[in-house]
Write a protein that binds this ligand. Sequence first.
Ligand SMILES: C[S@@+](CC[C@H](N)C(=O)[O-])C[C@H]1O[C@@H](n2cnc3c(N)ncnc32)[C@H](O)[C@@H]1O
Length: 234
Amino acid sequence: MKETFEGTILQSKSLLKYLLETSAYPREHAMLKQLREATFEKYKDLSAMNVPTDEGLFISMLLKIMRPEKTIEIGVFTGYSLLSTALAVSDRARIVAIDVDREAYETGLPFIEKAGVAHKIQFIQSDATAYMQDLLDEGEEETFDFAFVDADKNNYINYHEQLMRLVRIGGLIAYDNTLWYGTVAVAECDEMSAETKFSRAYIMKLNSFLARDDRIELVQLSIGDGLTLCRRLE
Ligand SMILES: C[S@@+](CC[C@H](N)C(=O)[O-])C[C@H]1O[C@@H](n2cnc3c(N)ncnc32)[C@H](O)[C@@H]1O
């Protein structure tokens, strides 16, 4: 997940360091900082799966403006984006958080509990496609205001079709990693791992698909590893 290519990374390392150290880390909630550190302690390089601090701050401000009552998160891991969400939404709001990996969620859970926001979260250990189908079967269409997707990239287009039914008109669906470490902008090459080639191809397909989807208003941001916001129009 940490793989980058010289010359193709989104921001230079020095610019990113400046941005994080000047504006992001000083504003990071103490429990998010501890969650990030505990994730690194346990998962080492895999800890880069957490959304970066500047992106967490962006999601937080976005949600405070939106004031959603019900959100859904696909891909929780240790819960950096989840805790950012839970801290930003109102006390009445509910977050459905789906991941196949309960152990990773439980690694971050003590910090979510210490932050006093665990009551807003319903964690579901499940494959996301299967659980969203259950939600649709149970009549949960159009009940979510916001969705954050940060899971298996090869399924994003399928998630989009399910989320276009679960999220209300006017609601927002956010897809993470839509620049895949800058590799979407360069030709496939031998230095790329099989995993990079695999996910990059699906992300490129998603980006083209979303650009043509008239059912949404679209903006792709080069924050973190690329974040695409889709506002449902119909
Ligand atoms: C990049 S991590 C999520 C990071 C998280 N958003 C954060 O900020 O800490 C991706 C997660 O997606 C989960 N995942 C992958 N495929 C999945 C699937 N089909 N259904 C549910 N979760 C899945 C993985 O278990 C992993 O924890």
